[in-house]
Ligand binder design. Structure first.
Ligand SMILES: [Zn+2]
Ligand SMILES: [Zn+2]
Length: 315
């Protein structure tokens, strides 16, 4: 576990730790003897509330939760690292509880579920003989095609939250999926404070970059063909919307496309729910007084004295 800790240089002279998760990080970690320890801001020794959230040592090692919260809340910009040692904070996390899991999945794939709802309503209307006004079905088909292309783009390389590849990874990867998810959550939080870790570009990421461009081209091509079909089918003017030609277009293009799209969206939604069911997702614990994730203490192995000596020499 210890060897998997990675120390990366980030933007703004910051240092970012990529630390593998440990279960049950829902309370502050204090692994040291807290005798004579006091908060570096209010100087009070309230041991049960003290955190050691960064690489600072000596009289500035500890800070109490209240002072840290107040200091983070006072700034108009997001504070995501220690101002002295520049270590980006690590946050508490937990698993998304069962009742919230469906909501969590839908939140991270909201476009899929919005399109799914629209396409289902449209299909139901058609099956009951209700005419759906154009261009609603057209926009739905265009939306599904866009979502398909965007999905391909986001799945390439390191799959992002809410993509099919991410859900497949949840289903089939067992060991490091939490590690990767937690890293993405931390990066997203640090990014709000203007910190991005410089990640070592491996060969695979070069390949995935090439693959991403390829998939982007394919997605762009699909959209271009669709727009061509749309435009060529009705070259005259917008008056075609209620014409017979439009009716023909609807039967020949819209209906089959929308039906195929609906099947695609159902499969995608199923995979997202299955992924969340197989391996419950992790989330950062939010401090509701601050509306930001709650900072945790570093483990001893995450501290500068035991590991990362090289990284802090350069800092
Ligand atoms: Zn304090
Ligand atoms: Zn510090």
């Amino acid at each position: 576990m210890q060897s998997r800790l990675a120390i990366l240089q980030g933007t703004c002279d910051s240092i970012c730790l990529r630390s593998p998760p440990r279960s049950g990080l829902t309370r502050p970690l204090l692994e040291t003897d807290l005798q004579d320890a006091a908060c570096r801001i209010c100087h009070l020794a309230q041991a049960e509330l003290l955190l050691s959230p960064c690489w600072c040592t000596g009289s500035v090692q500890y800070v109490c939760q209240g002072c840290l919260r107040e200091w983070r809340g006072r700034s108009s910009t997001r504070i995501v690292s220690c101002e002295l040692c520049k270590v980006a904070f690590q946050y508490e996390f937990n698993r998304v509880p069962y009742p919230q899991r469906a909501f969590f999945v839908m939140l991270h794939s909201w476009r899929v579920f919005a399109l799914l709802t629209g396409a289902t309503v449209c299909e139901l209307c058609w099956s009951y003989g209700v005419i759906v006004q154009q261009p609603i079905p057209m926009f739905l088909v265009a939306g599904i095609l866009f979502e398909f292309g965007y999905e391909l783009y986001r799945s390439c390389g390191e799959p992002q939250f809410g993509t099919v590849c991410h859900s497949l990874r949840r289903i089939f990867t067992h060991s490091d999926v939490d590690d990767m998810d937690l890293w993405e959550l931390h990066k997203a939080e640090w990014a709000q404070g203007g910190i991005t870790p410089f990640e070592v570009e491996a060969m695979s990421s070069h390949q995935s970059h090439g693959g991403r461009i390829c998939l982007q081209s394919v997605a762009g091509y699909i959209l271009f063909v669709f727009i061509l079909i749309w435009v060529s089918a009705a070259p005259e003017s917008w008056s075609w919307i209620e014409s017979h030609q439009m009716q023909r277009l609807e039967t020949q293009v819209c209906k089959p496309f929308l039906t195929a799209g609906l099947v695609y969206l159902i499969c995608v939604s199923f995979l997202h729910f299955l992924g969340a069911w197989c391996k419950p997702p992790v989330q950062l614990v939010i401090d509701y007084d601050l509306l930001q994730p709650r900072v945790r203490s570093l483990y001893m192995y995450e501290k500068r004295t035991l590991s990362g000596r090289n990284a802090c020499d350069g800092a």
